[in-house]
Design a protein around this ligand. Structure first.
Ligand SMILES: [Zn+2]
Length: 462
């Protein structure tokens, strides 16, 4: 006998199937639509099923259980039901699906488990946006089948046909979409050599979306043999998700931990240094790369208005338009090669006899850093390049041929593209090489950065 588990108290599911009334009188259930979903899920090979009402409001999914299979079928919102309801992209299904994922993942059944998605109101624009299409592909990436995909036009079906093969592919697709709209993403991802750092909220509606994305990325990262560090973005500096005792959060945490997602919260930043907690303030390492990189994103990857000023989101933080790291001195964007490079080195900051808090503040200060490729990072580290105010100097330790090489790989953003911060040097145009003079963009150069550059210069010229 097929069993179908239906929540009684979920508002959307009640609206679709009349579950509140039907839990007292099962004949009141909207069986027509339920039949349709089950037949899409099982094929037409089902006779009858038993409906079991579950007393839950969370988790907008039903469970279909046969002798061999157990399926968690999430239902989307339906923006066509309420006239005038424009809805939001992630409130369509992305913020509902984590609950099904957690139950699916943690369920101990020996039956074959799977997740599916049934979309309501597929004619509504919100079901068809480019951003929504990316969510569909994310779902497919972890094997979530969309039962009624056929309701979409051929164009949409074609564009959502394939799962994402890599995190990079997903990032590109998403950055493309956000460059055409407001670009205010609730989460962003930095790729490092052996890991990714995921920055996002983990609570509220955006938090649910983050959990969904993290779940998919964690699966992709496992294939790449990389770890994901989760850096919670909060408005008040607390790490809500990490310490939450909320049952739902506990489940999400178990799933993510299983998939090798590591919290990059302050308390466990130094996974390589287990003694960290016991260190006294003066012996603490001020290094905190996750926050440093976040601040570099805020400085170099943010949206700027026509006046050149940083555009702030509603939470007062800069809007990050593109989470791709680019070398400040050559625009290289091969993610594995780009380093969050300190101007005033953390190993030197650690030697300063000032309170830990102040050392930490310097170590994470966006003005104390640049995204640099491996070449430029090493040139800078060894003092083969340094800055005289905003102007880059090539050290006389290099011979003429070596200096020419450094010049050839170092160029300012072409003037006509300065507003378009992220535009690459046009392929057909000559690289914009100024004779021995690279200048830091005036919108990035400030007193604080100047002071750090002076410290660097004094160190390397000593
Ligand atoms: Zn470079």
């Amino acid at each position: 006998m097929i069993k179908v588990y239906v929540p009684t108290d979920n508002d959307n599911i009640d609206a679709y199937f009349n579950t509140k009334e039907a839990s007292n009188d099962v004949s009141k259930i909207n069986k027509k639509e339920l039949d349709q979903i089950i037949s899409l899920s099982l094929g037409n090979q089902f006779s009858d099923y038993e409906i079991i009402f579950e007393n839950r409001s969370d988790g907008q999914y039903i469970i279909v259980e046969t002798d061999l299979d157990k399926k968690w079928i999430t239902l989307s919102a339906d923006y066509t039901i309420k006239p005038g309801d424009t809805g939001s992209t992630n409130a369509y299904f992305a913020q509902f699906i984590p609950m099904a994922i957690a139950e699916y993942y943690l369920d101990q059944t020996v039956k074959h488990k799977s997740m599916e998605l049934y979309l309501k109101g597929t004619t509504h624009n919100r079901a068809k946006t480019k951003a929504q299409q990316i969510y569909y592909r994310l779902a497919k990436t972890v094997g979530i089948k969309i039962l009624n995909e056929f309701e979409f036009s051929t164009d949409i079906r074609r564009s959502i046909a394939f799962p994402f093969e890599s995190i990079e592919e997903w990032k590109k697709a998403r950055n493309q979409v956000s460059s055409t709209n407001r670009g205010n993403k609730p989460s962003y991802v930095i790729e490092n050599d052996n890991s990714y750092v995921f920055y996002g909220k983990t609570f509220g509606a955006n938090g649910r979306e983050s959990i969904f994305i993290l779940y998919v990325l964690a699966n992709l990262a496992l294939k790449e043999d990389k770890k994901i560090f989760l850096y919670e973005v909060t408005d008040n500096g607390t790490f809500a998700f990490e310490s939450s005792t909320n049952e739902e959060n506990q489940k999400f945490k178990r799933v993510l931990k299983d998939l090798n997602v590591v919290y990059y919260a302050d308390s466990i930043t130094y996974v390589e240094n287990e003694e960290y907690e016991n260190l006294s303030d003066e012996n603490r390492d001020a290094r905190y790369q996750a926050e440093f990189m976040r601040n570099l994103l805020y400085k170099y990857n943010c949206k700027r208005g026509d006046d050149g000023n940083v555009v702030l989101a509603s939470n007062g933080k800069p809007v990050i338009v593109d989470d791709t790291k680019r070398c400040y001195l050559c625009h290289c964007d091969i993610q594995n090669l780009i380093i969050a490079s300190h101007i005033h080195r953390v190993c030197d900051i650690n030697k300063l006899e000032i309170p830990f808090k102040e050392r930490r503040a310097m170590a994470v200060d966006g003005d104390n850093g640049l995204w640099l490729c491996s070449n430029h990072d090493k040139l800078f580290e060894y003092g083969l390049i340094y800055f005289e105010n905003d102007k880059m100097i090539i050290s006389d330790k290099l011979n003429e041929k070596q200096k020419r090489f450094v010049k050839s790989i170092t160029f300012n953003t072409p003037k006509e593209e300065i507003e378009e911060k992220f535009a690459m040097v046009a392929e057909e145009s000559e690289p914009y090489i100024l004779d021995n003079s690279f200048h830091i963009d005036e919108k990035d150069y400030n007193e604080s950065m100047h002071n750090y550059l002076e410290i660097h210069k004094n160190r390397v010229l000593k």
